[in-house]
Design a protein around this ligand. Structure first.
Ligand code: 6PG
Length: 231
């Protein structure tokens, strides 16, 4: 069962996302010496990452991973690493040794995926996911063979959203995450949100269904097609 929370205001949504992630990380750190956080790219989480940077957390004990990466150099405007660096890493002054970026710029993308898999913890403590208008999450797009992956935790894919070449965690890695937050906002996501959370269907049609057990933070527009009671 998923938990869906609707929050109208973009700033309040970002704040709620930051508090949720910080709370999960604090709880992980109360049980273990280090905690892991995997981050998505895209437009939606930017404010949340900026809000998270202001959270009081033992940042030196957090390791940062990526849910997916576009195959561009790390300083490219499309790079997820660059987005998170500017919104979060630079603000908390994260050390290079705590940031595990996917090397999207490597010409051998399969080798880059395998190298990342070798560094990824068996179970991530926290992941932040987005949802595409077509129902994709991470860089797992509808119909992708990566959705049927049952061994590898990171693969290289080619998808319809530019830039097409990407590295992504697979369902194997995403299902092993302890706490997953899905963030979606805007009318254009409403159909995908409904398909992911309420309709009958498959993850091949709507990869966001992989996160059905997650906590979903939605703005009112993204939640307009949900039939369930607002929370
Ligand atoms: C990426 C993502 C991707 C994203 C969704 C939503 O790098 O493109 O990680 O899965 O979360 O496409 O993107 P927006 O937030 O830009 O709508």
């Amino acid at each position: 069962m998923s938990t869906v929370i609707r929050i109208d205001d973009a700033k309040a949504l970002a704040q709620a996302a930051a508090e949720t992630v910080a709370g999960w990380l604090r709880s992980a750190l109360s049980e273990q010496p280090r905690a892991s956080l995997a981050l998505s790219g895209g437009r939606t989480p930017l404010l949340a990452y900026q809000a998270l940077a202001l959270s009081t957390l033992d940042w030196a004990h957090i390791d940062f991973f990526f849910v997916d990466e576009r195959c561009v150099p790390p300083e490219h405007p499309d790079s997820n690493f660059r987005l998170v660096r500017e919104a979060l890493f630079d603000r908390i002054v994260a050390r290079d040794t705590q940031v595990f970026r996917m090397q999207g710029e490597m010409p051998d993308r399969d080798a880059a995926a395998r190298a990342y898999e070798a560094r990824l913890p068996d179970r991530l403590d926290v992941a932040v996911l987005g949802l595409g208008e077509d129902g994709h999450t991470a860089s797992l797009f509808p119909g992708s063979s990566a959705l049927a992956e049952d061994t590898r935790r990171v693969v290289a894919v080619v998808g319809p959203k530019p830039p097409p070449h990407r590295l992504t965690l697979t369902p194997v890695a995403l299902r092993a995450v302890r706490h997953t937050l899905v963030l979606a906002s805007g009318n254009e996501k409403a159909d995908a949100v409904r398909r992911a959370l309420e309709d009958e269907g498959t993850i091949e049609e709507t990869p966001g269904r992989l996160a059905r057990e997650a906590l979903w933070l939605l703005d009112t527009q993204a939640a307009t097609q949900l039939r369930g009671e607002p929370s």
